[in-house]
Design a protein around this ligand. Structure first.
Ligand code: RB5
Length: 145
């Protein structure tokens, strides 16, 4: 189950992401926003990040104007590893090396075709484990999250 979140600035791409996930037959839960009316990204990012932190959702895709605000909020939550990315290469490496479980990006920074490729890379790339596992474990063992 994929947790989806946006604010007004990411709303249109969140709706497109829902269409993409439906095509791919991947279930999702939409934590809002539910319109392009001005809203506050932490409201939706916190709710969706809790669902990843608690294991209700395996991964998340959070979209705002830049992806930055969403990633800052998401990374406050225990067990969440959110990556704000703007390229397929970064999305792949965020999975391979960081085992990122939340993808964040900005509707104001990416064309939809680029965003779609980034989402696909995030969904299809596995964590490499090995030396990266030790490092990822340290993210959580050396901090409260
Ligand atoms: C909203 O204007 C914008 O600040 C927000 O979507 C996001 O980019 C914050 O990081």
């Amino acid at each position: 189950m994929i947790a989806l979140a946006s604010d007004h600035a990411g709303f249109a791409y969140k709706e497109k992401t829902k269409e993409l996930l439906t095509q791919l037959q991947i279930p999702y839960k939409d934590f809002g926003a539910h319109s392009s009316e001005a809203s506050d990204y932490p409201d939706f990012a916190h709710a969706a990040a809790v669902s990843v932190s608690h294991g209700e959702c395996d991964r998340g895709i959070f979209i705002c104007g830049t992806g930055v605000g969403m990633s800052i909020v998401a990374n406050k939550h225990k067990g969440v590893r959110a990556a704000a990315v703007e390229s397929v290469a970064a999305a792949e490496l965020a999975r391979k090396h960081n085992n990122a479980n939340v993808l964040c990006f900005g509707e104001r920074l990416l064309q939809w075709d680029a965003a779609e490729k980034i989402i696909t890379a995030f969904l299809n790339t596995a964590f490499e484990g090995g030396r990266h596992e030790r490092r990822v474990n340290k993210i959580h063992s050396l901090t409260s999250c």
